[in-house]
Write a protein that binds this ligand. Structure first.
Ligand SMILES: C[S@@+](CC[C@H](N)C(=O)[O-])C[C@H]1O[C@@H](n2cnc3c(N)ncnc32)[C@H](O)[C@@H]1O
Length: 216
């Protein structure tokens, strides 16, 4: 497992490190994670032999699902927190997944490495400048015909979901997400065909899947 260095502001999986062991049960039972992670994988249109990066893989639930559904893809999970990576490694014993420590703002991969980058519930952990840097880094590590799929909090589509965001927008770095700025940041990083592929309502607020292509 490769190690990251030079960390600055960093928000772990459940904001505080001592809550990390509760992350998997919370996502499974309260947030219906299986539903929207399955949809993210379906949208990503992964084919055999493709190289796929799960950015901010956390405890590896999405990464492991991805590898089970696409056993012939080369799957890598990267996260800035060595503690969650240990959980991911334990959960994935026997499967051929590469786990790396690294930051979204300086990914430890050469240019044009991956066919797909997926990322789930990570972008709202990053301050605005780091969100922009992360999308530039994703653009750099994708192959020329590569595609990005982002699952995260998104713009509300109804007055009920807008109301839900009034509290949530004060937590972590979610305000950009609820203000609908993620597609703009993705486009500014150089991506084309940026669009919201699907949205969901969860107890924590509205989620969107944003898809984008490196080539236009
Ligand atoms: C809410 S968890 C999501 C984990 C997983 N993707 C999922 O959907 O269950 C957010 C993850 O982002 C990681 N993270 C936060 N800031 C990061 C950064 N700057 N670079 C890389 N990973 C980061 C955290 O360590 C954490 O594992």
């Amino acid at each position: 497992m490769r190690q990251a260095s030079g960390k600055k502001r960093y928000i772990p999986a459940l904001s505080f490190r001592w809550l990390t062991p509760l992350y998997d049960p919370l996502l499974k039972w309260v947030m219906r994670e299986e539903t929207f992670k399955q949809r993210l994988i379906q949208h990503a249109n992964i084919r055999p032999g493709m190289k796929v990066l799960d950015l901010g893989c956390g405890t590896g639930t999405l990464t492991i699902m991805l590898k089970k559904i696409h056993p012939n893809a080369q799957v890598t999970g990267v996260d800035g927190d060595p503690d969650v990576l240990k959980i991911a490694l334990d959960k994935s014993r026997g499967s051929d997944i590469q786990w790396d420590e690294g930051l979204a703002s300086s990914l430890p991969y050469p240019d044009s490495t991956f066919d797909r980058v997926v990322t789930s519930l990570v972008i709202h952990h990053l301050i605005t400048d780091d969100k922009r840097l992360a999308f530039k880094e994703i653009h750099r590590v994708l192959k020329p015909d590569g595609e990005l799929y982002v699952l995260d909090f998104g713009a509300p589509h109804s007055s009920t979901t807008r109301f839900m965001t009034t509290y949530m927008r004060r937590l972590e770095e979610t305000a950009d997400n609820f203000d609908g700025l993620i597609p703009r940041f993705v486009a500014e990083a150089g991506f084309g065909s940026v669009k919201e592929a699907e949205n969901f309502v969860t107890v924590f607020g509205p989620l969107s899947i944003i898809q984008a292509m490196k080539g236009t």
